[in-house]
Design a protein around this ligand. Structure first.
Ligand code: NAD
Length: 478
């Protein structure tokens, strides 16, 4: 669906995020005809370059991050025509009146704050004092939204001084993923799943976000944050909310976000024995965490696993197991809903029957599969086997549809449409911090030392035990 004409200003337009995600994503939307003729993108950053130089920067970003096959030189040329550049100092006067002159009337105005959070306030202030951002302007902000509850509150308060909540789009790119939205389609667009989506039928739920990369390159930043702040407070919490929430009354931003917020508020505090922290070791080829982080005595976790209880009627007694970590065996993100075994088996014990499992894969190969039990074909008697009802998009929908847009491009288009459903509201972010803070504080108070785990393993042994002691096991990382 095409969007209305817009002026999109990218503060930090020469930065790493713009180069790797925002600009290539915008190109793909342009190539697919989703950008209207009246679309204009204005790079705004400190670098002292002009529009011609900026267009070269955009061109090289597209050539580097969009697959060659999908990059048409004519289309790219037309795309570059949408761009201009203004040198702006977020902390000074330079560039602001020039930027004001660039903005057209009667088009959607969006401002992407792709800069560090310390620049949010100065930029917001100048957008207002130079009358660049009106009451309908949209403001896009990137994580991290604070370091804890206090800083998140302060950041929200700062933004609220200048903009209304309906203008603020807090990006969590996990929410832009096709499969994540499909989770809502699956749950609320079918009769098949929702009646079973509760403690009566679901044994437990696993949410995994595993990476093979370490923290090399951004070790100093990461060491102040750790897996809990960097991944759990935002991405895993969002996935948990969408999996556990009650059906909203309609697919509307506040209806959806109200239900997500209720899930966070229903989380029980986590018992220390239900939490496992880990830190990766090195091997012949890769350095250990402490070296990547340039902090020999670091106690920061690069892995965390936990067992959570959503304390409400629907989920009473069904645990949610979450884990995320770096330098693990595979790059894999998925949500797995494991159903209970049938209450009574009419088959002999060793026929091979097992419980149904619905897995929703975010990466790699976005898709879903449902493990069902059937009879093994052939004359061998009543032997049962598990087969996946595979719903990998590439196979089911054909290649064209399965060329799944990247999360960023979908979210940016939603900003232009004015649809906040897939963005976090301020109170959601604060509630997630309010839940995370006591856990981190307890670790700090008792100077908790993370368990070591081998590089490219499944994480620390203790994380495996977390499920073992409940008679369960993690899905294999592969
Ligand atoms: P970066 O350091 O690569 O780029 C920073 C940009 O800000 C540059 O364009 C620079 O010119 C501009 N800038 C710095 N000081 C300025 C000033 N005084 N006035 C005007 N412009 C100024 O940073 P990045 O990696 O692109 O990250 C940007 C934001 O996005 C950060 O908040 C980061 O946490 C967040 N983020 C980044 C990634 C990523 O993959 N890079 C992922 C998620 C979130």
């Amino acid at each position: 669906i095409p969007v209305d004409p817009f002026d999109l200003v990218i503060f930090g337009g020469t930065g790493d995020l713009a180069r790797r995600k925002i600009l290539p994503g915008l190109y793909r939307r342009f190539r697919d005809g989703q950008m209207p003729d009246g679309a204009r993108i204005i790079g705004a950053a400190r670098s002292d370059i002009d529009t011609a130089k900026y267009r070269q920067f955009v061109e090289s970003a597209v050539l580097e991050f969009v697959s060659k096959k999908k990059c048409d030189p004519e289309v790219l040329k037309a795309f570059l025509g949408c761009f201009s550049y203004v040198t702006v100092d977020a902390l000074g006067d330079m560039g602001w009146s020039e930027l004001a002159k660039e903005m057209r009337d009667d088009v959607v105005h969006a401002f992407y704050f792709s800069v560090g959070p310390r620049l949010f306030e100065p930029i917001a202030e100048r957008l207002k004092s130079h009358a660049i951002a009106g009451p309908d302007a949209r403001i896009v902000v990137e994580k991290p939204f604070g370091h804890d509850l206090e800083t998140a509150r302060a950041l929200n308060a700062t933004m609220a001084q200048h903009f209304e909540e309906r203008q603020i789009y807090r990006i969590d790119h996990y929410l832009g993923k096709e499969t994540v939205q499909n989770l809502m389609a699956l749950r609320f667009g079918n009769m098949l799943f929702e009646p079973l989506w509760n403690a009566q039928y679901v044994d437990h739920i696993q949410i995994t976000v595993a990476e093979t990369v370490g923290v090399e390159g951004r070790g100093a930043y990461y060491d102040r944050s750790g897996a809990m702040r960097d991944m759990v407070q935002n991405h895993l919490m969002q996935l948990l909310c969408l999996t556990a929430m009650e059906p909203p009354s309609k697919f509307d931003p506040d209806a959806v976000r109200d239900e997500k917020l209720k899930v966070i508020r229903a989380l029980d505090p986590v018992e220390p024995e239900d939490l496992v922290r880990g830190q990766y070791l090195g091997d012949d080829d890769v350095a250990p965490y402490t070296q990547d982080a340039e902090a020999e005595d670091s106690r920061t976790e690069s892995f965390v696993a936990m067992k959570l209880h959503v304390s409400n009627w629907r989920w009473n007694g069904t645990p949610f197991y979450l884990r995320t970590g770096k330098r693990l065996r595979a790059r894999m993100s998925e949500i797995v809903v494991r159903f209970k075994e049938p209450p009574h088996s009419i088959f002999e014990e060793d026929t091979g029957q097992s419980a149904n499992e619905l897995s929703i894969r975010l990466q790699p190969n976005e898709g879903m599969d449902l493990k069902v039990t059937i009879k093994e074909p052939g004359p061998g008697g009543m032997r049962l086997i598990d087969v996946p009802l595979d719903m990998t998009f590439a196979e089911a929908l054909g290649e064209e549809v399965a060329d799944v847009p990247d999360a960023y491009e979908r979210l940016i288009m939603d900003v232009i449409r004015g649809n906040q459903t897939l963005f976090m509201r301020g109170d959601e972010v604060e509630a997630a911090w309010a839940w995370t803070d006591p856990i981190i504080e307890a670790w700090q108070e008792r100077r908790d030392v993370p368990h070591s785990y081998d590089a490219f393993s499944s994480g620390p042994e203790e994380a495996l035990m977390l499920l073992h002691k409940d008679g369960r096991r993690w899905r294999e990382l592969r």
